[in-house]
Design a protein around this ligand. Structure first.
Ligand SMILES: Nc1ncnc2c1ncn2[C@@H]1O[C@H](COP(=O)(O)OP(=O)(O)OP(=O)(O)O)[C@@H](O)[C@H]1O
Length: 298
């Protein structure tokens, strides 16, 4: 293994072959998702399929662009961190994984022109250093309007410039936009006694795309990114039900090195709020507060 690694780092000196920290482990990813990700049959299948096709293509025509949508606490950040973990040595801490959060990186709408310039040169610089880079944009519905315009040229197929291959990058965008529309479809499926796993992407995608196009707060608004079909996958995250929250509690217990305990699971479920009012079906904040609340019941 040491020899193989040395060879890889040697080849990294000749720009073209450089794969940096990129060490995709699909078996690990699929296994982790199968074991730990609750209630997201579409997200699981879509993300794995898109990634595999992209990574196995030695000369992709465009970067991989995924847009994750759904209610709060349904696993969007969680899946993104798993992707980083199974694609890059060091995961989210790899120098080739870049995470942008509006409140941290773009807090002042009046500085938009500077943000645009900085973001563009940041992406160019990092893709020149390593064409296999991951750019993660959180809370897309809280970005200063107009910022994403600078990204558009990077997301298409046109950029192979001065030895920098812009087509090997991975972009992931996260937002709650479309969440209500997704919830509505899942609720209707439940009311008509359809199996949740039967819900197909085709039933959700148009409503999500519409929600993005209609939302002036969303970074893609009037950016042309959706209209020009630069998104390779719109990935829906479904609202989590009681048994999914249970799954999250069991994950958390295992994470803490504790045995599964029924009274803990029960207490956690009792302190979770559900909606809509009548059906009490979906957890109000998914599994978001599981980790912080569990300490009260141990
Ligand atoms: N579907 C899921 N399966 C297993 N665990 C989950 C799932 N969804 C959320 N969790 C747990 O809850 C935590 C919080 O979820 P996460 O941050 O991924 O939500 P999110 O969809 O990104 O929410 P937000 O839109 O508020 O950012 C995760 O770190 C994970 O531990």
């Amino acid at each position: 293994a040491a020899a193989a690694w040395d060879l890889a780092s040697l080849r990294c000196n000749f720009g073209d072959f450089c794969e940096c920290d990129f060490r995709p482990d699909f078996q690990g990813l699929e296994c982790d998702l199968a074991q730990h990700l609750a209630g997201q049959h579409l997200a699981k299948a879509l993300v794995v399929k898109a990634l595999k096709a992209f990574v196995h293509d030695p000369a992709p025509k465009k970067p991989l662009v995924l847009s994750l949508h759904g209610w709060t606490g349904t696993g969007k950040s969680y899946v993104s961190s798993l992707l980083a973990h199974y694609l890059f040595r060091g995961g989210l801490r790899s120098p080739h994984v870049h995470h942008f959060s509006p409140v941290i990186h773009f807090p002042h709408p009046s500085h938009i022109e500077r943000y645009k310039k900085d973001l563009k040169s940041w992406i160019q610089g990092n893709l020149t250093a390593c064409s296999r880079s991951l750019f993660l944009f959180d809370e897309m519905d809280k970005l200063p309007p107009g910022l994403m315009e600078v990204l558009r040229p990077f997301l298409g197929s046109s950029w192979v410039v001065y030895g920098t291959n812009y087509r090997k990058a991975i972009f992931i965008f996260i937002s709650n936009t479309g969440g209500e529309q997704i919830n509505q479809v899942v609720l209707e499926a439940w009311r008509s006694r359809r199996d949740r796993e039967e819900i197909r992407l085709q039933e959700l995608e148009p409503a999500i795309s519409r929600a993005v196009l209609d939302n002036p707060q969303h970074g893609f608004w009037r950016s042309g990114i959706v209209e020009e079909h630069l998104l390779d996958a719109v990935v829906p995250f479904l609202p989590l039900q009681r048994h999914h929250v249970r799954h999250c509690v069991l994950n958390e217990l295992a994470q803490l090195g504790l045995e599964p305990r029924d009274e803990v699971v029960q207490a956690m479920l009792e302190s979770t709020t559900f909606f809509p009012e009548d059906e009490q079906l979906f957890s109000s904040n998914g599994c978001k507060t599981v980790a912080s609340r569990i300490a009260f019941f141990l």
